[in-house]
Design a protein around this ligand. Structure first.
Ligand SMILES: *Cc1c(COP(=O)(O)O)cnc(C)c1O
Length: 358
């Protein structure tokens, strides 16, 4: 009765290990819906990677509110990616030694050092993303401030780079040089915490900056990088034969031709949404479909469900926990209890169940 994510355990774990082995200093990212797996499961898997001997010391979460989900399932350091702001209460003191704050404004640095002089901090520098981060000049002022706070524990520089294969080395070089120029007092080897760099770029930068440890923050490529190990299925909950003109659904619309209305698990509560139409949607194109008598012409839209490899149309927009599909006469009609495949955005889906096999 569920929307299920089935994970081929051996294949998924082998992939996690290969990513960890290829990225020393890896910082797994567990945020939001845990990329579909839940935050708790990702924290346990991070613990498992460390216990398998991989160089994984820090787990990153997106927000302070996510810390309780992971803190007891992973015993290493915790980095919060969203920059700290003065209205964010500091977590329980027991967590402080493991916690690394991201600070992206000079005023916040001052404020945080005032509240917790021994807070562990990474300074975020603005990138071409233009999300959060200090300008070069602010970083200089941060250097001045930090030289007056010898107890401060600055762990390095954070850079959030846009997606894109390659092309980041020039920008990162410029930004790291700003950091070097700001003479931020370091404790031990400072790190550069980065996202979305290719392995080749990481290699180049490591060669260029021997005094820094580069720590790649990876979410999607780690947890979702082996799509073949993942399968999403829904259950057929009911099957109703309909004739042309029979009414169904919340809106009492009528079947345009004979076939079956299928009720399948998965709805808006799971994040199942209307698929964006992929075909040409000009009036002319629609008129052509109409002339052919296509179901999309009568207002049925593509659903993410497919049966026997064929993507099916929603009979009406998804309900909260179930959806209605229309299967025209002639196609095989699945039985109640059968599983059907669903294509989802993992980062936007709440599965009822995650089953790891093997
Ligand atoms: C989400 C996030 C990441 C990880 O991004 P993926 O594309 O999932 O690998 C890295 N850094 C920051 C700051 C993030 O918010």
């Amino acid at each position: 009765m569920t929307l299920t994510l089935t994970v081929d355990g051996p294949r998924w774990r082998a992939h996690l290990e290969s990513v960890a082995a290829a990225h020393p200093g890896l910082v797994p990212v567990a945020k939001g819906n845990g990329y579909g797996f839940t935050l708790g499961r990702l924290a346990r898997k991070t613990q498992w990677l460390a216990e398998r001997g991989h160089d994984v010391r820090t787990l990153a979460v997106g927000t302070y509110d996510e810390l309780p989900e992971v803190a007891r399932r992973w015993d290493g350091d915790l980095l919060v990616l969203t920059p700290w702001r003065p209205w964010v209460p500091l977590p329980e003191p027991a967590l402080a030694p493991r916690l690394v704050h991201t600070v992206s404004r000079l005023a916040d640095l001052r404020d945080l050092l005032h509240r917790d002089p021994s807070a562990r901090i990474v300074l975020e520098r603005m990138t071409s993303m233009r999300r959060h981060g200090m300008a070069a000049r602010e970083l200089w002022e941060a250097g001045d401030l930090l030289r007056k706070h010898p107890g401060a524990r600055i762990e390095g520089l954070a850079l959030h780079l846009p997606l894109g294969q390659g092309g980041h080395v020039g920008e990162v070089t410029r930004l790291v040089n700003d950091y070097v120029g700001a003479e931020i007092p370091a404790r031990g080897t400072p790190s550069v915490w980065v996202s979305h760099l290719t392995d080749a770029e990481l290699g180049t930068l490591r060669g260029q900056y021997g005094d820094f440890t580069f720590r790649p923050r990876i979410g999607t490529g780690l947890w979702l990088g082996e799509r073949g190990a993942l399968r999403v299925t829904a259950t057929v909950l009911d099957v109703h034969p309909v004739e042309r003109g029979d009414a169904f659904g919340y809106r009492g619309r009528t079947a345009p031709k004979s076939g079956h209305v299928l009720v399948v698990s998965g709805g808006t509560a799971h994040g199942i949404g209307l698929e964006a139409p992929t075909g040409e949607q000009s009036i002319k194109a629609r008129a052509a479909t109409l002339a052919r008598g296509g179901l999309d012409a009568v207002g049925f839209v593509r659903s993410p469900y497919s049966i026997d490899g064929k993507q099916r149309l929603f009979a009406e927009p998804p309900h909260m926990q179930a959806s209605m599909l229309f299967v025209p006469h002639g196609a095989r009609v699945p039985e109640v209890g059968e599983d059907v495949d669903v294509r989802v955005r993992y980062t936007a889906t709440a599965f009822d169940r995650v089953e790891i096999t093997g």
